[in-house]
Design a protein around this ligand. Structure first.
Ligand code: NAD
Length: 495
């Protein structure tokens, strides 16, 4: 049985807590490895390593830090297939999805390569007579990242690329469900020449995460995961005076107006709802069909589901893989039954699809005539279940999006520019798509939702990531007038 270690002070460190968790292959249901679960002592060792590496790393010139990031980027690029395979092996998503995740992660490293430019401050000459004022941004110290199972390469890179480029050291606590990718990232950082201790990994569960958040030498916490835990992480970090960005769950709506191109909207709905088995925080889980397009849209989606190929992520042609665990699959499946009992219409029941073996597979489900008071509408299901809500008007559709508990992403499909413009202006949501089903911002913008999808005031990566991982300092300076200076500056009046 393979044991997945921590990574502390530049090398792999075997777990010593005596606790470990099984890591499954979701496509077969078999246990393929064991991951160490860190105790407080091991978390402390990682933070001590990070803290002692910090002073020298923050004094490393910007150009040298950028060079490390460029080399890291090159190594990620060269090993992208290996990374994608590691993701598929433990998460289960199909290889093309995993490769997409790696590519989106690399974009964040590319952004961080520009750190000399990103950390430029402001300068005001002569704010007063002889007085100059200027600002600079400095690293915060040790930053911690706690990440979810659904993007084991991309989400850590959302955080650590900018944090490290800004001169911080970093401790990652990845998801215990798919922990191997974190060790690959650590090895590539080391190969890129990142000094030991600047990037560390502690494997573990909620206990390790809590110890990391509580550690007095951790100054900043980035968290991505479910809403109840995000809320708790934010509250406990903030109570200890730390800066925290805690991204939570989602219930993303796709509004389809009657003038939308039916096939385009149906294709988009299917890929955004069922891609990665719906285990994406930007997955579409509610389709709001406005006016008379609803019946045709539901029919078009149903016919596409019938052709959807569900199978192991490594199988050529597979479009949707298994869910992360058997328990999660059963929980997702229970929502189909619940929807039926709440009075919705189950158009496609994913539980009816049969799979060989013991993998954590579940077919795609489509539920129509869903009402806002139903649990299938309100809860984050995080699986391949798409609900269709029928709205009479554009305003009713906007009202649904704006009163939902979550506000991560939403999108509109229409050919009407005026309607799209009203949507982008009136919708209360962090990330908005216009004829784009999954509007994840590029790396030079920032990612984040509103309401229960984000606790804290900083979105993640991009410009807000740079701000989050640095503190600003403003210097007000006065120098003697050269005419009265006692030092010979070479001015004629001093001669
Ligand atoms: P999760 O909340 O169960 O776990 C996330 C991380 O928190 C893991 O590393 C886990 O070990 C750790 N954790 C568990 N208990 C903890 C505790 N008490 N204190 C601190 N940390 C604790 O989430 P998950 O199941 O791994 O991921 C799926 C969830 O993540 C979904 O809700 C999804 O919407 C959300 N997500 C959000 C975004 C976003 O950007 N908003 C992105 C990806 C995933």
């Amino acid at each position: 049985m393979r044991d997945i270690p921590h990574w502390i002070a530049g090398e792999a460190a075997e777990g010593r807590s005596g606790r470990s968790a099984d890591v499954f292959d979701p496509a077969t249901g078999e246990i393929q490895a064991r991951v160490a679960l860190a105790n407080e002592e091991e978390v402390n060792a990682a933070v001590v390593a990070a803290r002692s590496a910090f002073e020298s790393w923050r004094s490393t010139p910007l150009s040298a830090r950028a060079e490390v990031m460029f080399r890291f980027r090159g190594l990620l690029e060269a090993r992208r297939e290996e990374l994608a395979r590691a993701v598929t092996a433990e998460h289960g998503k199909v290889l093309a999805d995993a490769a997409g995740e790696v590519a989106r992660g690399i974009e964040n490293v590319e952004y961080a390569c520009g750190v000399p430019n990103l950390l430029k401050g402001g300068f005001s000459e002569m704010a007063s007579k002889g007085v100059d004022v200027y600002s600079m941004r400095q690293p915060v110290g040790v930053a911690a990242g706690i990440t979810p199972f659904n993007f084991p390469v991309m989400v850590p890179l959302w955080m650590c690329a900018n944090a490290i480029a800004c001169g911080n050291s970093f401790v990652l606590k990845p998801s215990e469900r798919d922990p191997s990718a974190s060790i690959l990232l650590a090895e590539l950082f080391a190969e890129a020449g990142l000094p030991a201790g600047v990037f560390n990994v502690v494997q573990g569960d909620g206990d390790a995460a809590a110890a990391l958040i509580a550690h007095p030498d951790v100054s900043a916490v980035s968290f991505v995961g479910s809403t109840p835990i995000a809320r708790r992480v934010y509250e406990s970090g903030a109570q200890q005076g730390k800066r925290v960005q805690a991204l939570g769950g989602a219930k993303n709506h796709m509004v389809v107006l009657p003038d939308a191109e039916l096939d385009v909207a149906a294709d988009a709905a299917v890929s955004a709802a069922y891609g990665s088995a719906g285990e994406r925080c930007m997955a579409i889980s509610v389709l709001v069909a406005v006016g008379d397009i609803a019946d045709d849209l539901a029919t078009a989606i149903r016919s596409r589901i019938e052709k959807l190929r569900v199978g192991p992520g490594t199988e050529s042609g597979a479009e949707m893989g298994p869910l992360i665990t058997a328990e999660h699959r059963d929980r997702v499946a229970s929502y189909v039954e619940l929807a039926k009992s709440e009075g919705a219409t189950v158009v496609v029941d994913g539980r009816e699809q049969r799979f060989e073996g013991s993998g954590f597979f579940l077919g795609a489900s489509l539920i129509d005539h869903v009402k806002p008071e139903m649990r299938v509408y309100r809860d984050e299901i995080f699986g391949p279940v798409l609900s269709v809500v029928r709205a009479e008007s554009f305003d009713e559709a906007i009202g649904l999006v704006n009163t939902n508990e979550y506000a991560n992403g939403c999108t509109i499909f229409t050919r009407d520019g005026g309607a799209a413009q009203r949507f982008q202006s009136q919708v209360e949501c962090g990330m908005v798509g216009i004829n784009v089903p999954i509007p994840v911002p590029v790396a030079y913008y920032s990612f984040g939702g509103w309401r229960s999808s984000l606790f804290g005031d900083s979105h993640i990566y991009g410009p807000e990531g740079i701000q989050f991982y640095t503190r600003s300092k403003v210097v007000t300076s006065r120098w003697p007038d050269p005419a009265t200076s006692r030092v010979d500056l070479g001015f004629p009046q001093n001669r």
